[in-house]
Ligand binder design. Structure first.
Ligand code: SF4
Length: 652
């Protein structure tokens, strides 16, 4: 391995997550499942441009762009000879620690160290960083540790200097002063594939006069972090281990569930090593075959994992009913505890058949009114608003899909909406079209997750606060109130008489298929129902979707949803043409991971790409049709889940 082995900001962050990861990182033999495409990550994060905007708020600075450690340090040291200077990305080294600071303002013997984060901050909340008991909240810890680390390095290099530290973030309460600010910061890739931001030459002083980022002093928090000396010990320990390439053995626990150094058996067969297996083998004296058995990491939303791992109860076969206390919660269907125990019991009994509460589901179905509507939204929240008066991380709803199921069983893809026009705030047109499609009957509306309800609440608030003339404002607000319930943070409380039904909630209460391995994501539930429903197998193994006398579709023609390979159902999402031609399968998988909706992350990335990056018309068209197909499958997936349940309810 070449190059100096400095503990950088990102390595420090990784080491704070788990010190063992420092040993695996960037080694060819250990596969790392984290996204390795910074362009894509920037789009998915939605806040990459914030860093560039922060620089604009500190004008006249010098940008250090080289990635070479020594050269960056040399250029920084040269600039720091000036009494007053602003530097973007200066390289500061202190012993074996090395940082690049987002913005450094030097004024004589005084430094302002500014770390920019694509995160929303409520400047009116005085104790935003703290829990009620005065400790630093877990959510803020990684950000504050990051600044504390940088302050330690900078103060180490300049021991006599006064260092003031800040987190610069999107101000939740600020209103954007102008239209089109977002479009003035475009994400680009350079020749060496590095991601950067191109600032438009139309950016004016007036665009920056009223700031939408807030600089929050964090020295008090850093003093708290440094208080007992353990933080400094951690830095020393991580830096020394990384420098010598020594593995720090950490305790295994629930955090290992999300470890990026896991790899599949196929990858291992190709010669890659799994860092995860290495840790678990050492801690548990396991061999390869032990990993084939389901373990506690698979249990959905289970807070006792760490305790059970510490007690040596790792495999699902080691657990017993007392570990779950699976009481009913008095509500229809199974409680979360009962569902977890069901997952374990099925493994222990070697039972791979689905659980389905036929009576419970029948009672739910009896409440529904035909025609049934299945809807799905694609949304985004961008740091720099599109329009004047909008706030950072304003909710943007740019796409929906809508399927209808009639009482006679007829299915159709009724409608859709997509607005990816650059710089346009799509929400009101989105809502108008949504209302137009849904207001013609009283049929039950289904969503998958609370997301659609939350977003309609956002649009309701936007409509109420918008000072411009909106002729149909009252109608739109009234419509939202009929089909939603208010969120807990809303001052106004309501529950619509046609409140949408959450299919995700029904999955959790009435249905469990061991093939989902405890996940409720539609990405796992869809293949599972396709596997176990004879009705779906028969119906969708023919090219009826988008066929002349088959199911009406707006984006597919003569499509067969169900295909079997080697006795297993092919995931319908995998059958779709690729959404991005230049994105690896691995990175696309990551975009769609951990999402109730199969492609939520991918859709907002596609939207970001169309808004903030250079793209020609052909690429734009292709991406739009991919978005339409993916969203159509999201609602079709809901229809198929419903059809399977309907089949099982009707079976004698
Ligand atoms: S498997 Fe667990 S202990 Fe090992 S590196 Fe990953 S998170 Fe750390």
């Amino acid at each position: 391995m070449s190059g100096p082995r400095y503990l950088t900001k990102s390595r420090f962050k990784l080491g704070m997550e788990c010190p063992t990861k420092l040993f695996y990182t960037k080694k060819k033999e250990y596969l790392d499942s984290k996204m390795d495409d910074s362009f894509l990550a920037a789009l998915a994060e939605g806040g990459f441009q914030v860093g560039e905007l922060a620089k604009c708020y500190h004008p006249g600075g010098h940008d250090i762009t080289t990635l070479d450690y020594e050269e960056a340090e040399r250029q920084t040291n040269e600039l720091l000879k000036q009494d007053k200077v602003i530097i973007y990305e200066p390289a500061i080294r202190f012993n074996n620690l090395f940082i690049r600071i987002d913005v450094l303002v030097k004024n004589g013997n005084h430094f302002d160290l500014i770390e920019v984060k694509a995160k929303s901050f409520d400047n009116e909340d005085e104790d935003a960083f703290l829990n009620k008991n005065g400790t630093i909240s877990a959510g803020w810890k990684p950000y504050l540790h990051d600044v504390a680390f940088q302050k330690y390095v900078l103060s180490g290099k300049f021991p006599k200097a006064q260092v003031d530290s800040f987190l610069m973030m999107a101000d939740k309460n600020a209103e954007c002063p102008v239209d089109g600010l977002n479009q003035k910061f475009r994400i680009v890739r350079d020749e060496s594939n590095r991601t950067g931001i191109k600032v438009s030459n139309t950016l004016k002083d007036s665009d920056l006069k009223k700031q939408i980022l807030v600089k929050v002093p964090v020295d008090d928090m850093i003093d708290k972090i440094m208080e007992d000396g353990t933080f400094l010990k951690s830095i020393d320990c991580l830096a020394a281990a990384y420098e010598k390439d020594k593995k720090i053995v950490s305790e295994i626990g629930s955090h290992c569930g999300g470890c990026e150094f896991k790899c599949s058996e196929d990858d291992e067969a190709q010669g890659y090593k799994s860092g995860f297996k290495e840790c678990w083998k050492k801690a548990l004296k396991w061999n390869d075959s032990d990993f084939k058995d389901p373990n506690v990491l698979e249990i959905w939303s289970f807070s006792r994992k760490n305790q059970l791992i510490a007690d040596g109860k790792i495999k699902l076969t080691d657990l017993d009913v007392d570990d779950f206390e699976p009481d009913t919660d008095g509500k229809p269907g199974i409680s979360a505890k009962e569902r977890k125990w069901l997952q374990v019991e099925k493994v222990q009994n070697g039972d791979t058949t689905p659980y389905f509460d036929k009576e419970g589901m029948k009672l739910e179905m009896d409440k529904w009114t035909y025609p049934l509507h299945f809807i799905d939204f694609e949304t985004s929240m961008v740091a720099i608003p599109f329009n004047k008066g909008r706030r950072p991380y304003e909710a943007i709803a740019f796409q929906f899909s809508h399927h209808t199921v009639y009482e006679d069983g007829k299915v159709e893809h009724t409608g859709e909406f997509l607005n990816t026009n650059v710089g346009e705030f799509p929400n009101y047109e989105f809502l108008r079209e949504f209302k137009r499609q849904l207001e013609n009957d009283d049929g039950t509306i289904f969503r998958y997750s609370p997301h659609e309800n939350t977003f309609l609440n956002h649009i309701y608030r936007q409509l109420k606060e918008d000072e411009s003339d909106i002729d149909d404002r009252d109608d739109l607000c009234k419509f939202i109130k009929t089909i939603t319930s208010s969120t807990s943070s809303s001052a106004e409380q309501w529950e619509g008489k046609r409140n949408m039904v959450d299919l995700w909630h029904l999955v959790k209460r009435y249905y469990y298929d061991p093939h989902t391995h405890g996940s409720n994501s539609i990405k796992y539930v869809l293949p599972a129902v396709l596997n176990s429903s004879d009705y779906l197998k028969k119906k969708y193994s023919k090219p009826i979707y988008g066929a002349k006398d088959g199911i009406k579709s707006l984006n597919f023609k003569d499509w067969t949803w169900l295909e079997e390979k080697a006795g297993k159902i092919v995931d319908p999402y995998k059958k779709l043409p690729k959404m991005f031609q230049d994105v690896s399968d691995k990175n696309f998988e990551i975009l769609t991971e951990d999402d109730e909706l199969a492609n939520g992350g991918a859709a907002l990335t596609a939207y970001g790409r169309m808004q903030f990056s250079e793209m020609n018309e052909i690429e734009r068209k292709e991406l739009s049709s991919a978005l339409l197909r993916y969203c159509e499958l999201d609602t079709m997936a809901m229809v198929m889940i419903f059809e399977a349940w309907q089949e099982w309810v009707s079976l004698g």
